[in-house]
Design a protein. Structure first.
Length: 340
């Protein structure tokens, strides 16, 4: 009888241990977050250009510090439809979060909402999605500042007078359209009343098309005084087109460009003043934000904060938005200071 009682007690104990194992996942093949880190998919508008490559390098540096992993991939051209395929694949492959620069905020929203419904966290950066399709937006510097600064950068070169044009990316790009909205607001101020916006052209973030659009602007408006290109692809293509046409110094150019891309054009006088932000650090902060959301430390509520590793504290503002950093300005005197 005693032996049977001991056997019974051992069986109960074994069942209890088994129950604990099943409940906690201990002893199963599935890796825990502590063992393997979070899996994050970084989805740019498209791959193959330095700005998004820098975002990837920054995100991977942050992931290494956090014990997470980042997969970087996306379309080879700007296409919201193609981004949807990458979103769906990331969900099927078990990624914990998607960090996305949306080519079209509304076109990618249904796929992102499906991802969220399956527990995937969505962090937009660079170009936002529809707000209800993401958990957090890591924004470039204030959209108003970006728009107003570019108008001032160009105005100061042309004496605040003359016809100007904007060379944008895709017509659906949310960040471009927001910046252009603020450019138009700036142009209504008395200081800029002598500047006339004659055309908004779209190069679709394609080098060849952006150069062609620049050439078309020069032909359509022989008295054009300046061009604003708020896109790294567009501003480099426009500078090259101006240089090839012998228009450097005659038609002023400003916009958003990497110093590594624009250094020779700035020194040649084809673009006297260009701005941007550190794209490596942008990807780094976005990855830290994604990790904080996954850890449950950020819900997107205004006033919440997190520490972005070596770059310090960031705070959530209205509309579940975190401002990444302040813009940088590159001129002939400063461009060599920046190595990205």
């Amino acid at each position: 009888m005693r032996r049977r009682r001991i056997t019974l007690l051992l069986a109960v104990a074994a069942a209890a241990v088994l129950g604990l194992t099943v409940a906690t996942g201990v002893g199963t093949a599935r890796p825990s977050k502590q063992a393997a880190g979070y899996k994050v998919f970084l989805l740019p508008k498209f791959i193959g250009i330095p700005v998004f490559t820098q975002n990837n390098l920054g995100a991977k540096a942050a992931a290494k510090e956090l014990g997470d992993s980042v997969t970087y991939n996306g379309p080879t051209d700007a296409s919201a439809t193609k981004q949807v395929g990458f979103i769906d694949n990331a969900v099927r492959q078990g990624y914990n979060a998607i960090i996305i620069s949306a080519d079209d905020p509304n076109a990618v929203a249904p796929a992102l909402k499906r991802a969220k419904a399956k527990g995937v966290k969505v962090i937009s950066y660079d170009a936002d999605t529809a707000p209800d399709a993401r958990d957090l937006y890591v924004s470039p510097p204030s959209a108003k500042d970006i728009g107003f600064f570019q108008v001032e950068w160009l105005g100061s070169q042309i004496g605040y007078k003359g016809k100007i044009a904007i060379l944008s990316a895709a017509p659906t790009a949310a960040n471009q359209n927001t910046w252009i909205k603020f450019m138009k607001q700036a142009l209504k101020l008395p200081k800029y009343k002598g500047m006339q916006l004659v055309k908004i052209a779209y190069g679709n973030d394609n080098d060849t098309k952006s150069a062609q659009e620049t050439q078309a602007l020069l032909q359509a408006y022989p008295d054009l005084k300046g061009i604003i290109a708020p896109t790294t692809v567009g501003v480099a293509a426009a500078a090259r087109a101006l240089q090839q046409a012998g228009e450097c110094g005659k038609v002023a150019l400003t916009g958003l460009g990497l110093p590594s891309q624009m250094r020779s054009y700035i020194k040649a006088g084809c673009a006297k003043k260009v701005g941007l932000w550190d794209e490596f650090k942008f990807g780094y902060v976005a990855m830290y934000a994604a990790h904080a959301v996954l850890e449950g430390k950020l819900s997107g509520k205004a006033g919440e904060s997190f520490t972005a590793g070596k770059l310090g504290k960031r705070t959530v503002g209205p509309n579940k938005t975190v401002i990444f950093d302040k813009p940088l300005v590159f001129t002939k005197a400063t461009v060599d200071k920046y190595k990205f």
